[in-house]
Ligand binder design. Structure first.
Ligand code: WT7
Length: 652
């Protein structure tokens, strides 16, 4: 059955090394090693050659220009993301191909299929609607939509008229929405009445209303996904289906400068305040296009499924822009993977004959736990390639995915990247390999990645260090933090200087140049593939009037990868109880969203502090992980640690 060649080596990290099958090598866009040397010799020339595959209204004058915190790609070029996603294929005579398949959660509802022409029509109409609402090139538009095709339509419509979108994950709370709308200065918000999740109709409009309050939002476009039975705010709220009814389907794509802002996407940093990551048009288009094509081996007729939510960068780049710029079919699923039962994923793959599946380790671990009986009921032979993203994958999950889902014939492309990078940066290519469990692989051709020690010197193979990306920076790399260029500089360019981007990830490299990501080295957690700062959870909990002090650290979790654990000091007079615990969980739900819920809330009398009064989270982290707590001599209150050891059942 398995065509893949397997090497068994002594190094425990390399017990399993897989190489591409002959079929994969033949089909892949690149299957020759030489691509790495070629791109390395001239990264600018490499990216410029890829850029030629897209449509430009005006060719660029110069490929790359560097200045500290002000690097540019494809200078002087004019293009449009939506034109490249839609018009380009229609002009080439491919307008009747399916662009999008939307699979609703309820099994009695039919999947919706939109051709490139149909999608183009809807996008153009919504683009005209936005213009009619006064949206002009450069104006930011908020999108707070669930996993429905209108999410892609909305992003594309914004791109078409050059209005940067700011998508907010639909499971985020009204408070999160409000902060983002204020920061982005969005005057128009696109949302929906609701959606289905685990059989329940979720009222999204209610959250949108609460979140839009006190923001610059003046108009709210509401997509009717459910029965439409939600209060509409007269003069502000408008139904999407009514608006697009009466408007023209002709909307020429705006000619955007390569360095015009394409979109904002907020992500967690180490502080409590999320940052608006800025992506510009030309570099983002080029890298999204070529990485989608090469990483996932996208060819005409492919039916590709990325299970991420549109609210994350993975959804932006690899549900929407990347696959559509490649002219393939992109699949979106509305709901939960266990509706109506734990076989839903595999049923969707069988039904739509999915060729590539891109998902997260946390999901794979959950499927593995549900058991082999589910995938074995379905025909998964259409699959040709598997992808993973979001967090380090463990060997068990990798091998299960490879054998049970991929039938031993599909390469696993483990893509390491970030919201900031816009597109993948480190992963091996399907036609070249190798595919090694827990190892992402080599930087994508043209990407210069090095693992450095704290002083900035490269570490030898096998040793741990910090992953850094060197100039010429990959074209899609963020151009800044919206409204806070100082934070941009401090966060990414203070450790190693302006020409070496600091990723905040620890990594190791083998002699062949394959990189293994070991995880974040800052106070950013990865909870079920969701990026979250411990400081965000802390500041949410601190808003409760029962809490006097709080510290949050992450703890490893079998399925979710990591989960937050909260140490809470209650105000005097407040009794510790499960009631208070529930109340605190509710507080986190309402301020951030359920993804940020602490896995455990530990009520304590004291937390370890330095003499200057800073909470020593390092010690708390060691305690919940049963790791050595290290030197306690600099503490103001070393006695607190013994007490905590008891509380957490420390055995380290
Ligand atoms: C952080 C970025 C990139 C889209 C999804 C997450 C971690 C991401 C991998 C991987 C190990 C990974 C890193 C990174 N991460 N992909 N394949 N292996 N870790 O985007 O929310 O911006 O999070 O996710 O720690 O810094 P994000």
């Amino acid at each position: 059955m398995s065509e893949a060649i397997k090497w068994v080596e002594k190094d425990p990290l390399k017990k399993n090394v897989f190489w591409p099958t002959k079929a994969m090598k033949e089909r892949a866009w690149v299957s020759d090693e030489s691509i790495y040397a070629e791109a390395k010799a001239d990264p600018e020339g490499f990216w410029a050659r890829q850029a030629e595959e897209l449509h430009w209204f005006k060719h660029w004058d110069k490929a790359y220009e560097f200045a500290p915190q002000n690097y540019k790609w494809f200078i002087g070029g004019k293009l449009n993301l939506s034109y490249n996603s839609l018009d380009r294929h229609i002009e080439a005579g491919h307008g009747d191909r399916i662009a999008l398949i939307w699979e609703p959660e309820p099994v009695d509802e039919e999947a919706v299929k939109l051709t490139y022409k149909e999608l183009h029509r809807l996008v153009s109409k919504l683009a005209n609607v936005l213009k009619g609402l006064g949206v002009q090139k450069g104006d930011r538009v908020g999108i707070y939509l669930p996993m429905i095709s209108e999410a892609v339509i909305a992003m594309q419509a914004c791109a078409r008229i050059g209005a940067p979108h700011s998508v907010v994950f639909s499971a985020f709370s009204p408070d999160s929405l409000r902060d983002r709308m204020i920061d982005a200065g969005a005057k128009v918000l696109i949302t929906a009445d609701g959606y289905y999740r685990r059989g329940k109709a979720i009222n999204l409009k209610k959250s949108a209303d609460a979140g839009a309050e006190g923001t610059p939002v003046e108009k709210v476009v509401v997509v009717k996904r459910l029965d439409g039975n939600v209060p509409m705010n007269a003069g502000r709220d408008l139904w999407y289906h009514e608006l697009i009814e009466g408007v023209s389907a002709e909307c020429p794509a705006e000619q955007m400068d390569s360095e015009d802002l394409a979109f904002l996407l907020y992500t967690s940093g180490t502080t409590g305040k999320p940052k608006g990551i800025m992506h510009t048009t030309g570099g983002y288009a080029v890298q999204s296009y070529i990485t989608a094509k090469w990483d996932f081996d996208l060819h005409e007729g492919d039916i590709y499924w990325c299970t991420a939510d549109v609210g994350w960068i993975t959804g932006h780049t690899y549900i929407n822009y990347g696959p559509l710029m490649n002219g393939v079919t992109s699949v979106m699923y509305e709901g939960a993977p266990d509706v109506p039962d734990c076989g839903r994923m595999w049923a969707i793959i069988e039904e739509h004959k999915i060729t590539q599946l891109y998902t997260a380790p946390t999901a794979i671990r959950m499927f593995l736990k549900w058991g082999d009986e589910w995938p074995s009921k379905y025909d998964l032979s259409s699959l040709r390639l598997l992808g993973t993203v979001g967090e380090p994958i463990n060997i068990g999950a990798w091998l299960w995915y490879f054998e049970r889902i991929g039938g031993g014939r599909c390469p696993i492309i483990d893509t390491w990247w970030q919201t900031e990078s816009g597109a993948t940066l480190v992963n091996n290519l399907p036609g070249i390999g190798p595919f090694i469990p827990t190892v992402a692989g080599r930087p994508f051709p043209g990407v210069i990645g090095r693992i450095l020690d704290a002083g900035g010197s490269p570490v030898p193979a096998g040793e741990g260090g910090y992953l850094s990306i060197f100039s010429p920076f990959p074209p899609a790399l963020t151009r800044g933090i919206y409204g806070d260029m100082e934070r941009f500089k401090v966060q990414y360019f203070s450790d190693y200087g302006p020409e070496r981007y600091y990723t905040s990830d620890g990594a190791r490299v083998d002699e062949m140049g394959n990189v293994r990501i070991t995880g974040r080295v800052d106070d950013v957690m990865n909870v079920a593939g969701h990026r979250l700062a411990t400081a965000e959870v802390e500041s949410a909990l601190a808003q409760s009037d029962k809490v006097s002090e709080v510290a949050v650290v992450s703890r490893p979790h079998d399925i979710k990868g990591e989960v937050p654990v909260a140490f809470v000091l209650l105000k005097s007079g407040v009794e510790r109880s499960d009631e208070i615990r529930k109340e605190l969980i509710k507080t986190v739900d309402s301020i951030i969203g359920p993804t940020a819920r602490p896995d455990e809330i530990i009520f304590v009398d004291d937390v370890p502090k330095t003499r200057s009064g800073k909470i020593m989270r390092r010690i708390l982290k060691a305690l919940v992980r049963n790791e050595p707590v290290g030197d306690l001599t600099t503490l103001q209150n070393p006695g607190s640690v013994d007490h905590l050891k008891e509380m957490v059942g420390y055995s380290g």
